[in-house]
Design a protein around this ligand. Sequence first.
Ligand code: ADP
Ligand code: MG
Length: 401
Amino acid sequence: MSGVGAGVGAGAAVKAGAGVAAEVAAGFAALYGAAPEGVWAAPGRVNLIGEYTDFNEGFVLPLALPHTAVAAVSRRDDGVLRLHSADVEGGVVRVDVDTLAPGSVEGWAAYPAGVVWALRESGHAVGGVDVHLVSTVPTGAGLSSSAALEVVTAVALDELFGLGLSRPEIAVLAQRAENGFVGVPCGVMDQMASACGTEGHALYLDTRDLAYRQVPFDLAAVGLRLLVVDTRVKHALGDGAYAERRAGCEAGARALGVRALRDVSAAQLPDLLGRLSDETVRRYVRHVVSDNGRVERVIGLLDSGDVRGVGAVLTEGHASLRDDLRVSCEELDLAVAAATAAGALGARMTGGGFGGSAVVLVEEGAADAVAAAVDKAFGEAGLDAPRIFTAVPSAGARRVG
Ligand code: ADP
Ligand code: MG
């Protein structure tokens, strides 16, 4: 395999610098016959800890990736929306903004169209636009290519139509697009990470009130690395499972008489679990409450400078996702087992599970050996090689051209 040295998979090729912006602007001009009014970028994200906690009003700790969706956009005066992605077949999708309603746009275009719908539903005066986009965020890998698409559309429209939205407002509108227009019942973590991420930091987010703190996360400065292992598998099982976990968590909150599982502390857990008669609900509650606790433990470790101590918490979080929430899969378990056996400080699946990606915290000097061990384990199991890259905490959504 190729190594995971700085730049491999996380360097110039995925960064939305001036060169990329000019390329996307040129693509826009070739497609629509005029230069765009502007070019914007919004990143994917990887979540360090706090999984399936966001729809329980809990804590999460994602970081924005250097991988971005880049969109060139211009306003139109006839209320028509034209959407084009260089990454999918099928050409330009054209729809009248007045006819936008959930179910009216199919496929990938529902994400940007949903943002226009959500803005208009929220009372913002947004008209037609031309959009041409290119993304380096791997799709369906648990790295939030969908949020990148929504947020880049939202920041472009915010600026072009002078809406003056705050970053959290943009994130909530993007989530509304995905929930209400695309029909995916996701929480708000992905959109918040894409909208509010900051270079060199992780985003410590309270999903109850969207209060957040930028937590310095400069692993290179302490001789560490965070690897992302994209297993490149996505099991179909995941779709229904997400809604089922969500329903189970809501049932748990009701049974415990709390607004959301966020209102239960890890210390209360042993006493409260006995009150839950349903074994499945009990496991889901134990995962969510303990993972919320793990976010706070990781914050404590980062604040005190014990970054290496984070590793064990990640691995513990994986066991909880595997055994209690049961959203892992063979490939993710293998990535975590192979990485930790090869000397990683810790590892866990990240994102919704059933495929997608794992994160691995590793000493700088051991990164290549750990990546090679994961690669080898996949080969020996007869699986396709995973895609492994270094997660460099990068900037959130921004104008790039
Ligand atoms: P994730 O957000 O983890 O990557 P999702 O299933 O939530 O996975 O979102 C993936 C979907 O987002 C794709 O199936 C596609 O519809 C849309 N999408 C993502 N990136 C692009 C892109 N570059 N062009 C067009 N559609 C995209
Ligand atoms: Mg998504």
